[in-house]
Design a protein around this ligand. Structure first.
Ligand code: TYD
Ligand code: MG
Length: 421
């Protein structure tokens, strides 16, 4: 528990109004088809819904060290031009540190303006004087207002500074990008308090020890949510990965028992991934269930279905599941793939490595239809897979290239017979 002093603030509401005109019929409301400022990265644009909307506020959250500063410095420099000045305010690093990073990225930063500042009043002053086209604040937790007594990073400071910056962004029609740290413990004052005030909330995630980073939309008032952008972190900053499926599958050599390829939708984009399962007899009393990238509750359910409907005694075995590449999958269309990976490991038999398995599994052991089957099939055949196992209920209007087999299955037992013959 942290004691916080309540300070009366000048404004009563945090709602940001563009005007105070009287209510009017919606049909009479005029709007300018807001022009977006596209960033230089296709992956970033995809996540933003096409680019930065004037006057919009984007909050990017993520664990410390994941690469938020790198991403925004890089994109900030790339987008900056004589017509588009970018102000990068860092409360965490000194100008020389940032310069060092920019050198490492190998980019020319003549139109990016840098300020190491944490006082929100000074930052507002800079914005007024410089009138930048885009402002980036790294990070909102380090910014403070002298009007409040609490320390930077506390809920009241984050809210107050966020409010002041958002107000100026709306008034100047200037896109504002805020960085916020999220800690696993939920943070003392994570950017949670800002979530309802910003227009778009993105998360930058990934395994710090791995090179892949995923930028994911959680909220977007000007675009679709659930889009992802995939990046790779290397010594010269972040590079875009435009064909993630190919990248995630590139390390697959020969088929091994317990390995299967599935197709999951990330937003509007199909993503092919390898799932690995390892099932071993339990050596200590209680069987272990461990999973990377897949919900443990879903795994428990699938194991119960396997035990009940197929008669495998998984209750006496440890089960490990791994979605290769550090991706988190929360889609039920991968169920059948997981079940087949587990059975493959139990039987110690490989699944043909040119096969993709798609389908949701119900409690009765039935294989249920999944949305957007055409896209999944299309992506699978594009990447050279020859057999695509799909749910029976999805078979309508399926078009495939010559030489591609699309067997349909109704129950997990059908699927097992089909795959392990
Ligand atoms: P950083 O952007 O500082 O993370 P955040 O702002 O989210 O805390 O990036 C941190 C990591 O990125 C750091 O461990 C080093 C790594 N990195 C590279 O691998 N290559 C690079 O070119 C840069 C600039 C950073
Ligand atoms: Mg940083």
């Amino acid at each position: 528990m942290i004691e916080q002093k309540v300070t009366p603030t000048k404004h009563k509401s945090t709602v940001i109004h563009a005007s105070t005109a009287l209510p009017q019929p919606l049909n009479d409301v005029s709007f300018s088809n807001q022009e977006r400022i596209p960033t230089q990265s296709t992956e970033f644009n995809r996540v933003l819904g096409g680019g930065l909307v004037p006057g919009s506020v984007v909050l990017i959250g993520g664990d410390p060290g994941i690469g938020k500063s790198t991403l925004l410095l890089q994109e900030g420099i790339k987008i900056s031009s004589p017509e588009c000045t970018v102000l990068y305010v860092s409360g965490e690093e000194s100008p020389s540190q940032i310069k060092m990073r920019a050198n490492r990225l190998g980019l020319d930063a003549s139109h990016l303006y840098l300020a190491s500042e944490t006082n929100v009043q000074t930052i507002l002053d800079y914005i007024e004087k410089l009138n930048p086209n885009i402002t980036i604040i790294d990070s909102i937790q380090t910014i403070y207002s002298t009007e409040l007594e609490s320390a930077p990073g506390t809920v009241s400071q984050v809210r107050e500074c966020g409010y002041q910056l958002i107000t100026i962004s709306k008034r100047n029609q200037m896109p504002l990008v805020l960085i916020g740290h999220v800690t696993k413990e939920g943070a003392i004052a994570g950017p949670k308090v800002l979530e309802h005030m910003v227009d778009a909330l993105l998360f930058f995630e990934g395994d710090r020890d791995q090179v892949y980073r995923i930028l994911r939309t959680v909220k977007n008032r000007f675009g679709s949510t659930n889009e992802i952008g995939v990046f790779e972190m290397n010594e010269n900053g972040l590079t875009e990965v435009s064909n993630p499926s190919q990248m995630f599958l590139s390390h697959r050599n020969e088929a091994i028992p317990g390995s299967v390829v599935i197709c999951t939708m990330e937003g509007t984009r199909p993503l092919l991934l390898e799932i690995q399962a390892l099932v071993t007899p339990t050596s200590y009393g209680y069987p272990q269930r461990s999973s990377t990238g897949i919900d443990l509750k879903r795994l428990a359910m699938l194991l119960a279905v396997i035990e009940k409907r197929l008669g495998f005694r998984v209750g006496t075995h440890d089960v490990f599941i791994n979605a290769v590449g550090g991706i988190r999958i929360d889609e039920t269309a991968v169920d059948l793939g997981i079940v087949m990976a587990i059975i493959s490991s139990i039987k110690n038999e490989v699944i043909d490595n040119k096969t993709v398995i798609i389908g949701e599994v119900g409690l009765g052991g039935e294989v249920r239809a999944v949305p957007r089957i055409e896209k999944r099939i299309h992506e699978s055949q594009k990447l050279g897979f020859k057999t695509i196992v799909i749910p029976w209920a999805n078979q309508k209007n399926i078009k495939v290239m010559e030489g591609i087999k699309v067997p349909t299955v109704n129950k997990i037992s059908d699927s097992m017979e089909l795959i392990f013959t």
